[in-house]
Design a binder for this molecule. Structure first.
Ligand SMILES: Nc1ncnc2c1ncn2[C@@H]1O[C@H](COP(=O)(O)OP(=O)(O)OP(=O)(O)O)[C@@H](O)[C@H]1O
Ligand SMILES: [Mg+2]
Length: 342
């Protein structure tokens, strides 16, 4: 896992990005407007028009061909009525742009700017958000896009760390006297039980999915509409699994199910012709794979000697969040039942 070097929003960086993306008169905001685990968003203005410049933290999984597949999906989704930012290409037609060593040697991508704000907890618990979510997912899944260039599904949806790997991690955390190591160890029986639900994807049922449809990746426009951002994880997946994952992320984020909202999203999805179903607990495979792999990765980053302190600190926060909100099997059962009895 290699991390980025330092990126600074200097006039030289703004000019370089402007030249690569064919924009004149570029300037960068002094502070990033937002950051997540994968990147940081900077506001880039060019002759009065705003753009979102994403600085990508991790170099390893960046692949121009995969990105082009995502852009095809995003373009089809936009045509099907899903609000989303537009990915912008360089003058050479690439979406991925590497800054030179003197500007930080990082990958960046450029998107149209969304004039909106992140969702508040009240926004994402609202009834109209539950309806929007079902409708949006159905539009994505109805495309049934099979992208031959998309490659294999990401292994984090199908495979989780083994008991031995967790044990090694716990030993490393103990060696560094990490205070939440005991808490993590106490969760191991639950982690083991949930891990059993993580199963291989049916290769015949793969369609392009967003694969990160969480409230953090949805913005509210000034006009009130919802916009789905962060298509950087999009790839082949299962409509069933993506529906189940979205129901958990939106309506049971703390492991407790809001069954009325689950039913509302499932009903909106069915009304809009969504093909997915939460047939049984194995449909939560992708969600659980993401949660458990995220817990493992973030706990590892938290003690990684080669990670920046900024990343380590964020990783510690994420670990605590995931540990506090791990879903129980009965919460999954409740969500599954409410989705099917919509
Ligand atoms: N095109 C855009 N215009 C304006 N703001 C944006 C745009 N895209 C993203 N944002 C804001 O920046 C935040 C981070 O962007 P994004 O989700 O793409 O980054 P990330 O690091 O990949 O996050 P994650 O941890 O979810 O993977 C978003 O939650 C959103 O609030
Ligand atoms: Mg995001």
């Amino acid at each position: 896992m290699s991390t980025r070097q330092a990126f600074a929003p200097t006039p030289a960086a703004a000019a370089y990005v402007g030249e690569r993306f064919g924009l004149a008169g570029t300037a960068l905001g002094a502070e990033p407007t937002a950051r997540g685990l994968c990147g940081r968003i900077w506001e880039l203005t060019a002759a009065g028009t705003r753009h979102a410049l994403k600085e990508l933290f991790w170099d390893d999984d960046q692949d121009e061909q995969e990105i082009r597949g995502r852009v095809r999906f995003e373009t089809a989704a936009r045509a099907a009525g899903v609000g989303c930012p537009q990915s912008l290409p360089t003058v050479d037609g690439d979406y991925l742009c590497r800054l030179p060593p003197e500007l930080g040697n990082v990958y960046v991508r450029l998107y149209s700017w969304i004039d909106g704000r992140p969702l508040t907890p009240a926004d994402h618990a609202a009834e109209h958000a539950a309806d929007w979510l079902g409708d949006c997912l159905a539009r994505l899944h109805r495309l049934a896009l099979r992208d031959p260039g998309a490659g294999a599904p990401d292994s984090r949806f199908e495979r989780v760390p083994t008991a031995d790997q967790w044990q090694e991690l716990l030993d490393a955390l103990r060696a560094q006297r990490v205070e939440w190591a005991d808490g993590l160890e106490r969760l191991m029986p639950a982690v083991g039980e949930l891990s059993e639900l993580v199963v291989p994807l049916d290769r015949d049922a793969l369609v392009m999915c967003h694969l990160d449809l969480t409230p953090a990746n949805v913005m509210r426009e000034r006009t009130g509409g919802f916009v789905l951002v962060d298509w950087d994880n999009a790839g082949p997946g299962s409509a069933d699994h993506e529906l189940a994952a979205a129901l958990m992320a939106w309506h049971a984020p703390d492991g407790r199910a809001r069954t009325d909202r689950v039913a509302a999203t499932a009903a909106a999805y069915a009304r809009a012709g969504g093909p997915g179903r939460v047939r049984d607990l194995s449909c939560f495979s992708g969600y659980l794979g993401t949660v458990l792999n995220n817990l493992y990765t973030q706990a590892s980053v938290a003690i990684a000697a080669d990670a920046h302190e900024e990343h380590r600190e964020l990783a510690r926060t994420k670990v605590r969040q995931v540990m506090a909100n791990l879903p129980s099997r009965s919460a999954l059962e409740q969500v599954g039942l409410s989705a099917e009895n919509r």
